[in-house]
Every structure is written in C-alpha cells, then in structure tokens.
Design a protein around this ligand. Structure first.
Ligand code: TXA
Ligand code: MG
Length: 342
C-alpha cells in the first residue's frame, strides 16, 4: 500500500529551475504539466499544439465545449493571441497583470479551435506566480490551462490534490506549495467597449470598477457566454447545504454527524465546527475554502452545513463557489434540520 502511494506521487517534483526546465521540455514535446499559479493549480499544454490541448480534455474528463484560459508571461505574447486591444482592456491589463484577471477578447486565426471550443474569442491572463511565469518563458510559448482538477470537482490549491484527482495521467506536477489566493481568476468578456463579468473571482468587481468604470454583471439569459458557468461546478463529494438562518438556532438543533463550515470565528459548543478564518479575514476565507472542502471529503463527516458571507467584494466570489458546491439550502424547523434540495 505504501509502495503504491509512493508510485502514485512520483510525478510530483519541487518547482526548482531544473524541474521547471524539465516541464518546459515536456510541454515542447506535446506533454502535459500541472503547475501552481496564485489562484489554483493549472493543467497546462502548449497553446499551439492542438493534440496536446486535446489531452487536457481527456485527462480532466472535461467536455470539449468548455474553452480554456491561455496563460502568458509577456505582453508580446498577448498579440499572438488577440486580434487587437482597446483602451479599457489596456487599462485593466496595466493595472491588474500579472494577477488573477482573465480577459476574453476576439482571437487570431492561429489560436487553435480546440483551445476556444470553436468560439471566436480567447481568454487570456498573466499569472502572478514566478513558477508559472518561468514555465511559460522556458517553454517559449503561452500555455493553455484549465484548473487541474477532475471535471466538476473543486479546484486544487496543492500539488497533492492535483495528484489525487489526475494521478499519473499528467507527466509532471510542479509543486509550488499552497496557492495563495485559493479561488480562480475573475473572468471578464470584452465586447467592443463593454465589459461583462463572466465569472466572479479573486479580484472583486468593485476593484475593477474603480479602475475602468461600469462592469456589467448580468448576462443575456439566452447566451452561453461562459460555458464553464454550469450551475453545479465545484461540487465536493460530500453533500453541502447553505444555512441562511439564525446561527443561534443551530445551537439548539441536533446535527448528527454533520459539520458546520463557518467563514469566520464561531463557537457552537457541542457541535463540530470548522472555521476558515479565525481572524475574520475574507482573503483568508477564500484562500482556505477549496483545501478545507477537500479535507472534509476525506473526513468521517456525513455532510457540511455552510454559513454564508456577505455578497460584496470577494464575498461575491466565495458565495458563488459555495452555491455551486451546494446541493441546496438547510433550514431549521422545531429544532430539526431540514434539507431542501435545489
Ligand atoms: O485562476 C484561474 O482562472 C485558473 C488558473 C489555472 O489560471 N484557471 C481556471 O480555468 O479556472 P478553468 O478552465 O477552470 O475556467 C475557465 C473559465 C471557464 O468558466 C470557461 O468557460 C471560461 O473561463 N472561458 C474560457 N475561455 C472562454 C471564452 N473564449 N469565452 C467565454 N468563457 C471562456
Ligand atoms: Mg475549473
């Protein structure tokens, strides 16, 4: 058993320069390399190698209609992907790159269809992580990479989580420790001068609006502009229900073998509680969320009762991920917990 465990993880290597170069070599030969970014781990292939990109979809079990983000290390590389740029997008790039902001804009013909799921746009971001930037530079081309999880599972924030989802189907996992932000990048669509939020992420809408003015947050209901925004997308294998009621009511309620997941410091004597940030810091809540969900999956608990945060700033992103992970809402009636599926 121990032997098997070691075998399974032999593709994880520390992200030293020598191993980054080894990774770049694998990418040039059409292989896959998982690497850390400031948000979550990515599963990368060379963007101009369609057969390598096709393997990303196979390894993840991801449907081909869900396009990938292309990661760049320089502004010159952006011009090999986008046809043009406008002043609003330029301002965003200068303010937030490198960083957790992805921008979707019309693509050049040379970007393979498999990367963009046949769309005429391509999503691009410059990650704020030395390992990711160095891997792109050493490879000599941008890297197409979704989050390095099995499709439908929470995104990995540690190298071991990548290995537990993808095993040895990826040639190399560069271990750069825990991802600092812990939630994925914010995805914006540029449509002419309009900017539309496709996915809330590590940079809040408020921060973006301070720099470029109005960001539209409502998608036309008919469009599938962000195919990855399917309703349930970040589900842990343990049932999770959001509790929006009075926390004091939980105290009087029999919770059995369920654990309360609280963003902030909370004392509920006699109950099992996991706190995401004892310092009541929203950034820390985001940073710990996915890792804790994965730890709870491996625990003996039967389910999770998750408490909400206020839906503003980074709180909007945290609530987005919690709602996607949830099976429904938990309520308390006559001191009994009632689960209502969505
Ligand atoms: O932080 C992140 O964004 C991480 C790291 C690895 O960079 N990546 C990530 O990738 O979360 P992924 O594939 O899990 O999510 C990409 C999202 C999906 O919702 C996808 O549908 C959307 O971006 N997307 C990509 N290209 C698009 C396009 N051309 N049009 C609309 N949405 C697009
Ligand atoms: Mg993903």
């Amino acid at each position: 058993m121990l032997f098997l465990y070691a075998m399974k993880r032999k593709n994880i290597l520390p992200a030293s320069l020598a191993n980054i170069r080894r990774g770049a070599d694998i990418l040039r030969k059409g292989g896959l390399v998982a690497f850390p970014t400031e948000t979550v781990y990515g599963l990368g292939a060379g963007v101009f190698l369609p057969q390598a990109v096709a393997r990303i979809f196979e390894v993840k079990g991801r449907p081909r209609f869900d396009p990938l983000i292309v990661h760049v290390a320089s502004l010159e590389e952006v011009y090999t992907l986008w046809q043009s740029i406008n002043p609003r997008v330029e301002k965003l790039i200068h303010t937030f790159w490198p960083g957790p902001l992805t921008i979707v804009f019309p693509k050049r013909e040379t970007v393979p269809d498999i990367v963009t799921a046949g769309l005429s746009t391509v999503a691009v971001r410059m990650p704020a992580h030395q390992v990711a930037l160095s891997l792109i530079r050493e490879a000599g081309f941008p890297i197409a990479a979704p989050s390095a999880n099995r499709f439908g599972h929470v995104s990995p924030t540690r190298a071991e989580e990548v290995a537990s989802d993808l095993g040895d189907r990826v040639e190399l996992i560069l271990d750069g420790g825990k991802c600092e932000r812990g939630v994925e990048s914010t995805v914006l669509l540029g449509e002419g001068e309009r900017l539309v939020l496709l996915r809330p992420g590590a940079i809040s809408v408020e921060e973006l609006e301070e720099v470029v003015g109005k960001i539209e947050t409502v998608l036309p209901s008919s469009s599938i502009l962000a195919p990855g925004m399917v309703k349930k997308h970040y589900a842990p294998s343990l049932p999770l229900y959001l509790f929006l009621g009075e926390v004091s009511d939980l105290f009087r309620c029999e919770l059995g073998n369920w654990v309360v997941l609280s963003p902030f410091s909370l004392s509920l004597p006699g109950k099992s509680v996991v706190v995401l940030s004892e310092d009541n810091n929203l950034e820390e809540v985001a940073s710990n969320l996915f890792g804790v969900l994965r730890e709870l999956e491996r625990s003996a608990f039967e389910g999770i009762i998750a408490l909400p945060v206020k839906e503003e700033g980074l709180g909007r992103t945290i609530m987005d991920r919690l709602k996607r992970a949830s099976s429904g809402i938990a309520e308390i009636k006559e001191n009994r917990l009632i689960l209502i599926d969505k």
